[in-house]
Design a protein around this ligand. Structure first.
Ligand code: NAP
Length: 256
């Protein structure tokens, strides 16, 4: 099957220098080859790896093909997510193949991404496969209380995509005041607030200094009152998960 390094023992591990343990990728990010190359030098047990299938590939055979190709590129097994729901492909069909990947491997856990509470509840209704996570846009300006409540009720971990709102939340008055008060960067304030709300954060940075900063979340706490102030900063203002979709590209496979 040509799964690069799939059975290769990961000996002599290089520990992640900055201490990050979760790598989030996707078929659509077109960087799985590079991630597979880098991870070959690390102990697989030190890394929690997530990839996602594109919405245009949610048919039964397409999911199998995409999963196989992702596995080949990453050279390992992983948490596998439906990247976006696709109204043109049966959710029941997609989940039946996701269940197979979960039960028979290679996905140790499976989940969804960008699912509303409505879509997640439909998924729970049509399939028994345990949905470990819903990776969604989440930050102080887009807190999605109904979705968060439903995820909590159903023990679905919330993974925060764009946890910094691509830096937009750094402009928030409360974030700036707290950054000054705690002598922490705005990024740290925003990430700490999410972590204290039991959300898994997936910040991205190309800067080693920011990567280092974003991990400094452990030896300090936000006061309850300050956390509540950030809870009140919600503007219902997404940076990418807008109510309407652009169906014209190659992502959904349903354009003319
Ligand atoms: N499931 C989905 O559909 C979905 C959608 C979007 C994102 N995601 C996931 O979420 C991850 C993050 O999303 P994102 O990159 O869109 O947004 P983000 O993490 O909210 O923001 C990234 C931006 O924040 C800046 N930044 C990071 N740390 C900083 C710091 N300490 N100080 C100042 N600036 C800082 C980065 O610039 P520098 O590079 O200069 O640090 C970059 O411009 C993605 O990599 C992906 O894994 C998933």
């Amino acid at each position: 099957m040509g799964h690069r390094g799939r059975h290769r023992p990961r000996v002599g591990p290089r520990r992640a220098r900055r201490g990050y343990a979760h790598v989030d990728t996707a078929e659509g990010y077109t960087n799985e080859n590079e991630i597979g190359d880098v991870l070959a030098d690390y102990d697989r047990d030190d890394v929690f790896l997530t990839s996602k299938v594109l919405p245009k590939n949610l048919g039964y055979e397409d999911v199998l093909r995409s999963c196989e190709a992702t596995l080949d590129r990453l050279g390992t097994d992983y948490l596998y997510l439906i990247h976006w729901p696709n109204p043109a492909i049966s959710l029941r069909e997609t989940l039946s193949v996701i269940e197979k990947l979960h039960d028979e491997g290679p996905a140790c856990n499976v989940g969804v991404s960008n699912f509303s509470a409505y879509q997640l509840s439909a998924a729970h209704h049509v399939s028994d496969v345990p949905i470990a996570v819903n990776q969604v846009e989440f930050h102080p300006w887009f807190q999605r209380p109904d979705l968060v409540d439903y995820c909590r009720e159903t023990d679905t971990v919330i993974g925060a995509a764009t946890p910094l709102a691509r830096t937009a939340t750094f402009e928030d008055d409360t974030v700036q005041e707290l950054a000054e008060q705690y002598e922490k960067s705005p990024a740290r304030i925003v990430l700490k607030w999410a972590v204290e709300n039991d959300v898994v954060v997936l910040p991205k940075s190309s800067s080693p200094e920011h990567v280092r900063q974003n991990l400094d979340l452990f030896d300090w706490d936000l006061d309850d009152e300050d956390r509540r102030r950030l809870d009140e900063a919600d503007r219902d203002d997404p940076v990418y998960d807008f109510p309407a979709r652009d169906w014209s590209g190659d992502v959904y496979g349903i354009s003319e």
